[in-house]
Design a protein around this ligand. Structure first.
Ligand SMILES: NC(=O)c1ccc[n+]([C@@H]2O[C@H](COP(=O)([O-])OP(=O)(O)OC[C@H]3O[C@@H](n4cnc5c(N)ncnc54)[C@H](OP(=O)(O)O)[C@@H]3O)[C@@H](O)[C@H]2O)c1
Length: 297
């Protein structure tokens, strides 16, 4: 039962193998979603300052009635925050918003501010400042583990070569048809657990007939196949859903994809359509829609 399994981070902290994503779930709705997920058996919730729902996530955690140590909460420092002082204040801001005295995992959301995502700037100094704030909060016991998201090789090397603590996690876009194998291997080689965000391509793989045919062989749905694919690659998937039935089925992945089907899935070309999420830089700037709005991923 995947909901009861854990990975172990490089500092010895256990992290549940399946997490619930909460991007684009509004503050007013997220508490009930988190509560439902915990009732289903989820113990790992992924949020971010940029999702503007940390307060509701905290409410859902408290409403579950579970003890703090039974739950694993990840949040992320906003991508635009690249100074020590601001990062320090924002870490405390997340603790307050979530209503927690510690956070299990905190990540730098992106090496670049979203408006400059993958435009060539590295923000090495700024990332080091933000990282030092995370290191200090880690040393103070406010954070049990620290890591990054959307970091590429050079961004990782900057922290590893110049920081005091190496990142424990890299959370990146990874799904069937878009799996950055080189970055996964590199991150792992540096001791990080790799988390797969948008494991169902933000819903963009749901109508894929080739995947449906493979999923049928396991009496599985496309999301189940996608989640199981991540797990068999040793990735920690973070599917988002507001629907309790989907939460249950996304966790029912105790089947094994054959080596032959894994090879097919690994070799699948990018076939996902990101739909209304194409405007977000993580899904490819060339498809960005001018004037689009929404909370950052
Ligand atoms: N670090 C980053 O920069 C970053 C970027 C993007 C995402 N993330 C994290 O990763 C999480 C997941 O990514 P995501 O939200 O982009 O997309 P995702 O999990 O790949 O897909 C979510 C979509 O799939 C649908 N879905 C999920 N399970 C389903 C099922 N069993 N049957 C039918 N539909 C299903 C959901 O609809 P329903 O809600 O209706 O089920 C939703 O529309 C985010 O919520 C966030 O926590 C991080």
């Amino acid at each position: 039962m995947i909901l009861k399994e854990t990975f172990t981070l490089s500092n010895g902290v256990s992290i549940p193998k399946l997490g619930l994503g909460t991007w684009r779930i509004e503050e007013a709705a997220v508490a009930q979603v988190v509560r439902n997920a915990i009732d289903v058996g989820y113990r790992h919730i992924d949020t971010a300052q940029a999702y503007e729902n940390e307060h509701g996530v905290g409410e859902g955690l408290r409403a579950s009635g579970l003890t703090r140590d039974a739950l694993f909460v990840t949040t992320k420092l906003v991508a635009e925050c690249k100074t020590y002082a601001e990062a320090k204040g924002r870490i405390d801001g997340s603790l307050r918003a979530l209503g927690l005295d510690h956070i299990d995992l905190m990540l730098i959301h992106s090496p670049q501010p979203w408006s400059e995502f993958r435009e060539g700037g590295h923000f090495h100094e700024g990332n080091l400042e933000a990282w030092r704030a995370l290191e200090d909060a880690y040393a103070a016991g406010k954070l049990r583990a620290i890591g990054v998201s959307n970091f590429e090789r050079g961004d990782l090397d900057n922290l590893i070569d110049n920081g005091a603590v190496a990142p424990m996690v890299n959370q990146i876009l990874a799904h069937v048809g878009n799996t950055p194998f080189d970055l996964i291997d590199y991150s792992r080689g540096k001791g990080m657990l790799v988390e797969a965000y948008s494991p169902v391509a933000h819903g963009g793989l749901m109508k894929n007939t080739a995947l449906a045919a493979i999923a049928d062989r396991y009496a599985a749905s496309i999301p189940q196949l996608c989640i199981r694919y991540c797990l068999q690659l040793g990735l920690l998937p973070l599917p988002k859903t507001v629907n309790a039935d989907h939460m249950r089925s996304n966790a029912a992945v105790d089947f094994v994809i054959s080596d032959a089907d894994m090879a097919t899935l690994r070799g699948t070309e990018n076939v996902a359509e990101y739909g209304d999420a194409s405007m977000f830089p993580v899904f490819g700037k060339e498809r960005q829609i001018e004037g689009a709005t929404g909370t950052a991923p």
